[in-house]
Design a protein around this ligand. Structure first.
Ligand SMILES: Cc1ncc(C[n+]2csc(CCOP(=O)(O)OP(=O)(O)O)c2C)c(N)n1
Length: 563
């Protein structure tokens, strides 16, 4: 028989699940847990400066590894500070487990100091949540949290752990087995046959890939199917990297900021094969007018996604990789010469246009120039705004899990802590975070964490001294009434970084910005690369919010095309 406290049991169970790094912040209600963690020889704690930061560090680790990652916060404000990161994980299907301290059981419901109903608050933004009522329950709850977070469509799980339960002693004689994810649902072979028939009969098919393809590691199968059947492939923001951007069948990102030819190709397709994608409005535009001429095959591991936005002709509940594996031998090898020619002509007439040259004050050129200095092992994170969309449009993603961005929730402040998490999980890889001045200031305190951890993170700060994407919308759709989107005051980001102990480089004041950029990207340890960009740059093309994807504005008149 062994006797341990609830806190010690929790830490041991986390160790047994393979957890090696936990970001978080201590406080009164989780101090017993921290005390137990201090005795762990297997788990390293990363002290972030804000609980939202801890959530995004965990997300960075989870997005890059595909495995559930854990973060800690205390009760009350600690717990409420995690909510944005949890909601973000829910919308982007990221497996993570948030363990919050709670006031002692006897005080729950008394408005005790730092009491908040974390369980209630987190119900709509988690895949599942638990309020632990006795320490012995931990033997079930902790493995169950890992099983739920990782099974099927991944997502966040919250465990609220009252302080008295952390201290409660339990006698026990055996540990439970670490949890494994459930096997994916079995699909119906008849659906696969029907999907194969639709593909064989189609003249103008297009693959539409979402983040589920990356999660299920289905990229090689998509490439095989695309090759075998001449199927062009478009990706969502979350799906970028599922197929190399320079693959002959890749036609780039679809939707609000797609190249014109990509959205126009979708107008013409007669079969849409949606894989691990959820027909998000930023991808589809006005859903009723999305792919007007197409039958739809929809493959997804989440039953709730099938027929949610668009009714499919064949809906297949299953793991994308397994479904495509079954489909591959059933489709006929077909060279759809006319369709490929149609698309290459469309692309020649409606390419993604960018300015020519090497002016690092221009956002497109800055991103392309940085990309030319980086290899495919580099992990890219972004914040949210114009810089995110430019990066999605420009960066030559070639590998799954190379690109971490807040897609569903669109959370400013994601980029830096997610980059720290990615770097902690992959210490031998470089991580570059493209950020905007508005977004960086949302979690700027994590510069201190990056320095503490000496992570290989380079922040390229595209500073337009404004909330650029808001400014753009005001200019385009609100009669140029620019309001609350320009900052009055210029912030000296280099000084701030240096204040946190981080090396800073400034391309704006450098006489040779290209050399400075190359030097900075190879700097040892974290650094901030400040790049001033013009305040009136727009992300084009753009589909007005709520409009059909064919209603693109902008993007026709620039100087040369990206191949
Ligand atoms: C937490 C949060 N608050 C507000 C928004 C709304 N929003 C979307 S983009 C944006 C501007 C982003 O500015 P910045 O980070 O400087 O990037 P830029 O668009 O200038 O590249 C805002 C305010 C958001 N996405 N997230």
């Amino acid at each position: 028989m062994t006797t341990m406290s609830g806190a010690q049991i929790t830490i041991n169970l986390l160790e047994r699940q393979g957890v090696r790094i936990i970001p978080g912040i201590p406080g009164g209600a989780n101090l017993p847990l921290y005390d137990a963690l201090s005795q762990s020889t297997r788990i390293r704690h990363v002290l972030t400066r804000h609980e939202q930061g801890a959530g995004f560090v965990a997300q960075g680790m989870a997005r890059i590894t595909g495995r559930p990652q854990v973060f800690f916060a205390t009760s009350g404000p600690g717990a409420t500070n995690t909510l944005t990161a949890i909601a973000d994980a829910k919308l982007d299907s990221v497996p993570c487990i948030c363990i919050t301290g709670q006031v002692p059981t006897a005080l729950i419901g008394t408005d005790a100091f730092q009491e908040v109903d974390t369980y209630g608050l987190s119900i709509p933004i988690t895949k599942h949540n638990f309020l632990v009522r006795s320490a012995v329950e931990l033997f079930d709850i902790i493995p169950e949290a890992f099983r739920i977070a990782a099974s099927g469509r991944p997502g966040p799980v919250l465990i609220d752990l009252p302080k008295d339960i952390q201290c409660e002693l339990v006698e026990f004689d055996a540990w439970p087995e670490p949890a494994q994810p459930d096997p994916p649902p079995a699909f119906d072979p008849a659906d696969i046959m029907r999907a194969a028939e639709l593909i064989n009969a189609a003249r103008r098919p297009i693959f539409y890939l979402g983040g589920g393809v990356i999660q299920s590691e289905a990229s090689p199968l998509v490439a095989s199917l695309a090759d075998k059947c001449s199927i062009p492939v478009t990706m969502t923001l979350m799906g970028l990297g599922a197929m190399p951007m320079d693959h002959p069948y890749a036609i780039g990102m679809l939707g609000m900021h797609a190249a014109r030819y990509t959205n126009l190709a979708l107008e013409e397709c007669d079969l849409l094969i949606a894989a691990g994608a959820r027909f998000d409005d930023r991808a589809t535009g006005k859903a009723a007018e999305f792919c007007p001429a197409a039958d739809i095959i929809h493959i997804d591991i989440d039953q709730a996604e099938l027929d949610k936005i668009k009714t499919s002709h064949v809906g297949i509940l299953g793991d994308v990789r397994e479904v495509l594996e079954a489909l591959l031998p059933l489709v006929q090898a077909t060279r759809r010469q006319d369709w490929l020619k149609f698309i290459s002509d469309l692309k020649a007439r409606n390419p993604l246009r960018i300015p020519a040259g090497d002016n690092l004050r221009n956002p497109h050129e800055l991103i392309l120039h940085a990309a030319s200095l980086l290899d495919d092992e580099t992990i890219i994170t972004s914040d949210v705004g114009q810089h995110q969309m430019w990066t999605a449009q420009m960066y030559p993603f070639r590998k799954p899990r190379q690109w971490l961005t807040s897609g569903g929730l669109g959370t400013m402040g994601f980029g830096l802590p997610a980059a720290i998490g990615a770097a902690l999980a992959c210490p031998d890889r470089r991580v570059v975070c493209f950020s905007g001045d508005g977004s960086l200031m949302m979690n700027i305190q994590e510069l201190a964490t990056a320095v503490d951890q000496n992570v290989n993170v380079k922040i390229i700060l595209m500073n337009n001294n404004s909330l650029g994407l808001v400014h753009q919308q005001q200019c385009l759709f609100y009669g140029k009434r620019v309001f609350a989107s320009r900052y009055e005051r210029r912030v000296d980001f280099a000084k701030i970084a240096e204040g946190f102990g981080m090396k800073a480089f400034d391309l704006a004041t450098s006489r040779e910005p290209a050399t400075t950029l190359a030097h900075a990207l190879h700097h040892d340890g974290p650094c901030l690369i400040h790049a001033a960009i013009g305040g009136n740059e727009n992300v084009f093309p753009m589909v007005p919010p709520g409009a059909a994807n064919k209603t693109m504005i902008g993007g026709e008149t620039r100087v040369h095309a990206v191949s």
